[in-house]
Design a protein around this ligand. Structure first.
Ligand code: PLP
Length: 461
C-alpha cells in the first residue's frame, strides 16, 4: 500500500514514511493510493468482536505489511488500556432513531485520544525498528496538544513540545498540558495568540538546520494516522446499528478529520449512509456545500472552541476525490486559496459532494438550548461540541438511524455547561484531582530563536 500526495507531485511513500512525514513535500496531504474494501462476510465477522480486535482488522490493510496483525492488535490494546469505559467507544440511545457515540473516555476527555494513543505506540514501534528518535513539535488551541502529550509521555524515543497561547486556553485544557510529570513532554506558553504559535511551529520546520538537527516530527490533524485511527468507530457503530439500513452520522466538524474518517469507512464498504457536516458559527464548510465557494472569513469565538477555525485542512483530501484524484487540479485550487483566500468547486464537484454529505450551521443559542433539552429529556449532560452535532442531527431529514458524535466530556467545557443547565460538570474519577496537580510550563516570548534554544536545551535527543 503506497500513499500519494493530494497535490500529485511528491513521491509516493509507504505507510511508515507517510506517517512520519505528516505533510507531503509538495504541500499536499497523503492518502492511500486506493481504498481497501471489505467484503460483506468480512464485515459480518467483525460484529461483536472487542474494539481493539476490530481496530486491528480495519487498520491492517492500510499498513501495507509494515506490521504483523498480532503485533498491531497488541499495540492497539495497550493504547486503549487506560480508557475509562471498557467498550472504548460506547453508543447510547437518546430517542427512537438517534444515538450518541461517546468518544471521550480517553485520558484527555476528547476524541483526539482515540487516534493519538495509537499513534504514540505506532511511532515507538517504527522508531525502534529504525533505531531513530523524534522531536515532536506542535501548536494547539486546545485539545490536540494534551492528547499528543498523553500519547507520548514516558516514551523512550520521542520528546514532545507543545506551544499554546499563554492565558488563552480554558483552565482544564491548560492543566491537561501542564500537569503530566514525565520528563519528555513539555508545555510552552507563548506570549501571543494561537496564530503566533502556529507560525512559530511552521518557522521551525522551515529552519532546515534546526529541523534536521532535532529530527522534528508532527502529529497534527493532517497526519494520515490520525484519520486512520478514527475510521474504526464508524466501523464498529455502523455494524452494531445497521439492521434497519445504513447508519447516518452527524459530526461536529472543524478540520474535517473526523468526518473524513466516516467517508473512508463508507469507501471500505461499511454500512455508512449519509454524513452531516455540523458547524458552529464558523461555517466555511456549510457555506461551501450551499454555494460551491470555499471562502475564508474572520474566526468567531464560540462555546465550541475546537471548531473555531477558518481553514479546514483535511477538506483537501475530499477535494482530491471530487477532482477524480487529479493532483494538479487540487494544487491549482489550493493556490487560489493561498493567493485570494478562496476557491470554487464546479457544479460537478458539488453534485459529487452532495452524494455523501449534508451540512448544517448551529448557533450558540441553539447549542445552549440543546444542552438543556438533552438534560431534561435523557438526564445526560453533553458538551457544546456534541450539542452542535445533536441539534444538527435533530433537524436532519434523512432515512434511517442517526448517530451524533459526542466528541468531548462535558467537564472539559464547564462554563458552557453551567450556563445552559446551571450544573457543574464533574470531572471523571481518573481526573478528579486535576485542579490540585502541580503545573509545569515555560512561559516564553513570541520569538523563534528563544523557543528553538529552549527546545535544544530540554530535548533528550
Ligand atoms: C477536534 C475537535 C472537533 C473537530 O474535529 P475535526 O476533526 O477537526 O473536524 C470537534 N469537537 C471536539 C471536542 C474536538 O476536540
Amino acid at each position: 500500500m503506497k500513499y500519494v500526495s493530494t497535490r500529485g507531485i511528491a513521491e509516493a511513500l509507504d505507510f511508515e514514511d507517510a506517517v512520519l512525514a505528516g505533510l507531503a513535500r509538495d504541500g499536499g496531504l497523503y492518502v492511500p493510493e486506493a481504498w481497501p474494501e471489505f467484503s460483506d462476510d468480512e464485515i459480518a465477522d467483525l460484529a461483536g468482536l472487542p474494539y481493539a480486535e476490530v481496530a486491528a482488522r480495519v487498520m491492517l490493510p492500510f499498513t501495507g505489511g509494515a506490521i504483523e496483525f498480532d503485533e498491531l492488535r497488541d499495540l492497539i490494546e495497550r493504547a486503549y488500556i487506560d480508557f475509562a469505559h471498557r467498550a472504548i467507544v460506547p453508543v447510547r440511545q437518546i430517542t427512537e432513531d438517534h444515538w450518541l457515540m461517546e468518544l471521550f473516555h480517553g485520558p484527555t476527555l476528547a476524541f483526539k485520544d482515540l487516534a493519538m494513543q495509537v499513534i504514540g505506540h505506532l511511532f515507538e514501534h517504527i522508531l525502534t525498528k529504525r533505531n531513530q528518535r523524534v522531536c515532536i513539535v506542535g501548536a494547539t488551541s486546545g485539545d490536540t496538544g494534551s492528547a499528543a502529550m498523553e500519547a507520548f509521555k514516558g516514551r523512550e524515543r520521542a520528546d514532545v513540545f507543545i506551544l499554546y497561547p499563554h492565558n488563552r486556553t480554558s483552565e482544564v485544557q491548560r492543566r491537561q498540558m501542564t500537569t503530566p510529570t514525565d520528563a519528555n513532554v513539555h508545555a510552552i506558553a507563548v506570549e501571543g495568540d494561537f496564530d503566533a504559535c502556529q507560525a512559530l511551529v511552521k518557522a521551525m520546520f522551515n529552519d532546515h538546520e534546526f529541523r534536521d538537527g532535532m529530527n522534528l516530527g508532527a502529529v497534527n490533524s493532517i497526519n494520515w494516522a490520525r484519520i486512520l485511527g478514527q475510521v474504526v468507530y464508524y466501523a464498529t457503530s455502523s455494524i452494531a446499528l445497521a439492521s434497519t439500513g445504513p447508519v447516518n452520522y452527524s459530526v461536529p466538524t472543524g478540520n474535517f478529520g473526523d468526518i473524513f474518517a466516516g467517508y473512508v469507512a463508507k469507501q471500505m464498504g461499511f454500512p455508512v449512509g449519509r454524513l452531516l457536516i455540523a458547524t458552529n458559527e464558523n461555517d466555511i464548510l456549510h457555506r461551501t456545500l450551499q454555494t460551491g465557494r470555499y471562502e475564508k472569513t474572520e474566526t468567531t469565538q464560540t462555546t465550541s472552541p475546537s471548531m473555531d477555525i477558518q481553514v479546514s485542512s483535511n477538506f483537501e483530501r475530499l477535494v482530491f476525490e471530487l477532482c477524480g484524484r487529479d493532483g494538479k487540479a487540487v494544487a491549482s485550487m489550493m493556490d487560489d486559496l493561498a493567493s485570494t483566500g478562496a476557491f470554487e468547486l464546479s457544479q460537478g464537484h458539488l453534485d459529487h459532494l452532495h452524494e455523501d454529505f449534508d451540512s448544517a450551521r448551529i448557533d450558540g443559542a441553539r447549542v445552549k438550548a440543546t444542552i438543556a433539552g438533552i438534560l431534561s429529556d435523557t438526564g445526560m449532560v453533553i458538551d457544546p461540541h456534541t450539542a452542535v452535532a445533536v441539534a444538527a442531527g435533530q433537524d436532519w431529514n434523512v432515512e434511517g438511524p442517526v448517530v451524533s458524535l459526542s466528541c468531548a466530556h462535558p467537564a472539559k467545557f464547564p462554563d458552557a455547561v453551567k450556563d445552559a443547565t446551571g450544573r457543574i460538570a464533574e470531572l471523571p474519577d481518573h481526573m478528579a484531582d486535576l485542579y490540585e496537580r502541580e503545573e509545569r510550563m515555560a512561559v516564553l516570548p513570541n520569538d523563534l530563536a528563544t523557543i528553538e534554544a529552549h527546545i535544544r536545551s530540554e530535548a533528550r535527543t
